[in-house]
Design a protein around this ligand. Structure first.
Ligand code: HEM
Ligand code: NAG
Ligand code: NAG
Ligand code: NAG
Ligand code: NAG
Ligand code: NAG
Ligand code: NAG
Ligand code: NAG
Length: 338
């Protein structure tokens, strides 16, 4: 009874989200934007991502995370894809960047698309399509991607930390961070489900294993057996650049599904920020709904990620259509204060 009321609330909140997106919250992005100008664009991205996924499924979490990092810093403008130029480190160089991957897949798709329809399809859109294709491959979650984003020309490592959430964030900080991007607490919990695939390095969760507090060596909210396993993987002297990785969702590490939430309830959340979803009533209610029904999450996730994909997008004649995703047209950054 209690649960079904919550499900109804969720349905209502998602209906509202859809209305907002349809009524312009999505900033003039359109489904089928390249229907006429480059009809093969989405298929090409899908083909490239599928081929890469077949030889290495880690490409799916990598591309979904890249889209997230793109959207949270300067909006979804492909700025995460830009390389540094002498004197100015780009977003990729940030400390938080360390494990970003998948750039080569975007470059490959871009090269094929440029050969078919030069100067039409933005890098930011290719990344949004690739994140969708990754969700389909890893979780059978398919959805249509409103497109028409244009590429930005500025990428600054110094802006990353202030915009992306830290794995050390508590519930209050997470909610505030997503709110600053006009995403609700419910959408935050929904999007965190992307941690149902992919991995983290020791450095991202070592805070929970040693010297946690005066009274406890490890974070008492960690499942103790899980904590033991993590300590074996990540000894206390592990360096911050150690390549050891641990799945974010130990129940179904390669399948994009609701098991992440089931794991949270078993205190198998890997990051402090994952565990934090259980420390606030609103967030915990969502975790319970998603843990209890895979279909509800699989239905909520596309809507939340589409909304994320509309953050501060450049459209119309703003920005540019980059020819090479890792450099701005003209070969170097056009730095400016905005
Ligand atoms: C809620 C706040 C979030 C925090 C604090 C956070 C933090 C992190 C951290 C620390 C890692 C591991 C990095 C490493 O150690 O290598 C990670 C991985 C990942 N994150 Fe998040 N994240 C958040 C939300 C999201 C969202 C909204 C998405 C996408 C919709 C996302 C997608 C991913 C994916 C797919 C991975 C695995 C990447 C891979 O295996 O290559 N995360 N995240
Ligand atoms: C592109 O084509 C699809 C399928 O025919 C249609 O649903 C969509 O509205 C079209 N979009 C545009 C912008 O023409
Ligand atoms: C680096 O970026 C800053 C501002 O973002 C700008 O003032 C400076 O001129 C840039 N340096 C180079 C070498 O482009
Ligand atoms: C990420 O940033 C570090 C410095 O913090 C840098 O050494 C590394 O090359 C960067 N990684 C990528 C992929 O750019
Ligand atoms: C969350 O962290 C912030 C900053 O450290 C702190 O001010 C706040 O009290 C914390 N909130 C909770 C609920 O722990
Ligand atoms: C959030 O919405 C407000 C009001 O519509 C807008 O001014 C602001 O730019 C939006 N912020 C982001 C990050 O989309
Ligand atoms: C834990 O704290 C003690 C005393 O503050 C320190 O000697 C030790 O190096 C710390 N260990 C780790 C793993 O940080
Ligand atoms: C950490 O310490 C152990 C012994 O306590 C040693 O075998 C191991 O090589 C050390 N690892 C690193 C990365 O320093």
């Amino acid at each position: 009874m209690f649960l079904s009321v919550q499900v109804i609330e969720l349905l209502l909140s998602v209906v509202l989200v859809v209305l907002v997106v349809v009524n312009g919250g999505g900033d003039q992005l359109e489904i089928g934007f390249y229907n006429e100008s480059c009809p093969s664009a989405e298929e090409t991205v899908q083909w490239v991502v599928a081929r890469a996924y077949k030889s290495n499924p880690i490409i799916a979490p990598a591309l979904i995370r890249l889209h997230f990092h793109d959207c949270f810093v300067r909006g979804c403008d492909g700025s995460v894809l830009l390389d540094s130029i002498p004197g100015n480190a780009s977003e990729k160089e940030s400390e938080i960047n360390k494990s970003l991957q998948g750039f080569n897949i975007i470059d490959e798709a871009k090269a094929m698309i440029e050969a078919q329809c030069p100067h039409i399809v933005s890098c930011a859109d290719i990344l949004a399509f690739a994140a969708r294709d990754s969700s389909t491959l890893s979780g059978k979650i398919d959805y249509q991607v409103p497109a028409g984003r244009r590429d930005g020309t500025i990428s600054l490592a110094s802006e990353v930390e202030a915009n992306l959430p830290s794995p050390l964030f508590n519930a209050t900080q997470l909610i505030a961070n997503f709110e600053s991007k006009n995403l609700t607490a419910q959408e935050m919990v929904t999007l965190a489900g992307a941690h149902s695939i992919g991995v983290a390095h020791c450095n991202s969760f070592i805070n929970r294993l040693y010297n946690f507090s005066e009274i406890s060596d490890e974070d008492p909210s960690l499942n103790p057996i899980y904590a033991l396993m993590l300590k074996m993987k990540c000894p206390s002297n592990v360096t911050s650049t150690d390549p050891t990785i641990v799945p974010l969702d130990s129940l179904t590490p390669e399948i994009l599904d609701n098991k992440y939430y089931v794991g949270l309830k078993l205190h198998l959340g890997l990051l402090t920020s994952d565990e934090a979803l259980l420390t606030n009533k609103t967030l915990e209610d969502m975790v319970n709904i998603f843990a209890n029904d895979p279909k509800v999450w699989a239905w909520a996730f596309p809507q939340a990620i589409v909304k994320m994909g509309g953050i501060e997008v450049l459209t119309g004649t703003e920005g540019e259509i980059r020819i090479n995703c890792s450099v701005v047209n003209g070969g170097s950054f056009a730095f400016s204060d905005q």
